[in-house]
Design a protein around this ligand. Structure first.
Ligand code: FE2
Length: 269
């Protein structure tokens, strides 16, 4: 399947049994946490996030978590190792990369470098209603670090989070930690949170994407060429986006920097 990211053509190889036709708009029967915001139609916004000192504390602490994960898998990195150089250490060692991802794919919120209440307050202010980072389906309070090496297909396929259970009714954040640029940051399709399911074709179960198996189903095709953008939040900013938007597929086109980002979800408080 071909798509366009910021006017650049990319090719996604997505395989898996197709989901049956479905003309529903999933968000129509769920809670839209963007509804009261000026950016409701686009489904995402980029805004200043935490006060400067707290944002720096957050990013430095998350980078340290990546260094700790590297040490756990046998890479004795120094305290000042720049995590954007992750790919120089790991290279194409799939086993070692997966061992790191196994650590960084989920942390409990007591490992967050700043109080979670700070993030909840800012996300709530941007949505215009109170939120909390507590999953009502499984009571989890977690966050994730995404690590996407340049030139490898570490990014997940284009998807909606709500194709998986337990992610309805929430809002997502993406905060840059390292290597997040106009060539590597998260891609999404503005306005697609209101698209009917049959506007795209997707896999029924987890997609096989560029040869790797993912838990999440992935978009296989669309009647029209999909136009993705990278909102690319700056260091002091956050990308806030509806999990009903088609997003992901964010191939890292940086010449020489691994992209690392914080992802976290918030539900109505
Ligand atoms: Fe997602």
């Amino acid at each position: 399947m071909k798509a366009i990211i910021n006017h650049q053509s990319v090719n996604y190889q997505v395989e898996g049994e197709s989901s049956p036709p479905d003309n529903r708009v999933l968000l129509a029967s769920d809670i839209d946490l963007t509804a009261d915001a000026a950016w409701a139609a686009a489904g995402y916004t980029v805004a200043d996030f935490l006060p400067v000192a707290e944002q720096q504390l957050l990013q430095a602490g998350l980078a340290e978590l990546v260094r700790e994960a590297l040490r756990e898998v046998g890479q004795p990195v120094a305290d000042d190792f720049p995590v954007s150089c992750y790919h120089e250490l790991i290279g194409d060692d799939t086993d070692q990369h997966l061992a790191v991802i196994n650590i960084t794919k989920q942390y409990t919120q007591d490992q967050l470098p700043v109080p979670v209440a700070l993030l909840e307050a800012r996300v709530g202010a941007l949505c215009g209603r109170p939120v909390q980072s507590l999953n009502p389906y499984d009571s989890a309070r977690v966050f994730h670090l995404r690590i996407v090496r340049p030139g490898r297909s570490d990014n997940n396929p284009l998807h909606r989070d709500v194709w998986l259970p337990n992610y309805a009714n929430c809002i997502n954040i993406y905060v840059p930690v390292a290597g997040s640029t106009p060539n590597s940051s998260l891609t999404l399709i503005p306005g697609s949170h209101w698209w009917p399911e049959n506007q795209t074709e997707r896999t029924l179960r987890g997609a096989c994407y560029n040869g790797a198996a993912y838990n999440v189903p992935g978009v296989k095709g669309a009647a029209e060429v999909l136009q993705l953008i990278r909102p690319n939040p700056a260091d002091k900013e956050v990308l806030l986006f509806s999990p009903y938007l088609l997003h992901g597929g964010a191939v890292n086109l940086n010449p020489d920097a691994t992209r690392i980002s914080l992802e976290m979800r918030f539900w109505p408080a």
